[in-house]
Write a protein that binds this ligand. Structure first.
Ligand SMILES: Cc1cc2nc3c(=O)[nH]c(=O)nc-3n(C[C@H](O)[C@H](O)[C@H](O)COP(=O)(O)O)c2cc1C
Length: 166
């Protein structure tokens, strides 16, 4: 049973922050017993990944390091530098990716989340929420995904246990 969820996200212009806040608000309504913490990638620590039963990660797509199609720079540093040697076998996770059509590698930060999932040996809980262009025009889809996510959380097992620096 999943008792706690950490929502960890990177957001430069506030779009991802808005989406994560909206999903959090929905979860708090329908799953009042679930302990939820929301943490920005800038301040998140490895323990924020290890200690919750499940994780929801969100990022816009950026030109981190010079190339487009990357994670938010803080999320990139967190996942691929600070958590480089951490394994989270079976940890249930879900992902939200934002981007826009003005760019070539549209919402490609999702590929970096996929790589992180493989590195830490986590378990994806459900299909990722991918939002192209203005998320404020996608409220119905965000709410539908939040509902699917809540139902998945309500029935999933917290099978993964944090496994230090393996
Ligand atoms: C400098 C810059 C680079 C970007 N690169 C990409 C990209 O490669 N692919 C993409 O889909 N969107 C790209 N975007 C669009 C953002 O991902 C999009 O605006 C997103 O909603 C930002 O989310 P945030 O405000 O939470 O950071 C870029 C935006 C900027 C300003």
């Amino acid at each position: 049973m999943i008792n706690s969820l950490n929502i960890i996200y990177g957001s430069i212009n506030g779009n991802t922050e808005y989406v994560m806040g909206r999903i959090e608000a929905f979860l708090r309504t329908v799953l009042p017993g679930l302990i939820i913490r929301r943490v920005r990638a800038e301040t998140a620590k490895p323990d924020d990944f290890k200690l919750a039963d499940a994780l929801l990660l969100g990022s816009g797509t950026w030109n981190t390091g010079g190339d487009e199609g990357q994670l938010n720079p803080h999320m990139h540093a967190l996942l691929f530098e600070h958590l480089k040697d951490v394994r989270l076998p079976g940890k249930p996770m879900a992902f939200v990716s934002l981007g826009d059509e003005q760019h070539h590698f549209i919402t490609d930060c999702i590929g970096h989340f996929r790589l992180f999932l493989q590195n830490v040996k986590g378990e994806k809980l459900l299909q990722s929420l991918i939002l192209v262009n203005d998320p404020y025009t996608e409220l119905e889809r965000i709410d539908r995904w939040a509902k699917d996510f809540s139902e998945t959380l309500a029935t999933a097992d917290a099978s993964g246990k944090p496994d230090d620096e393996s």
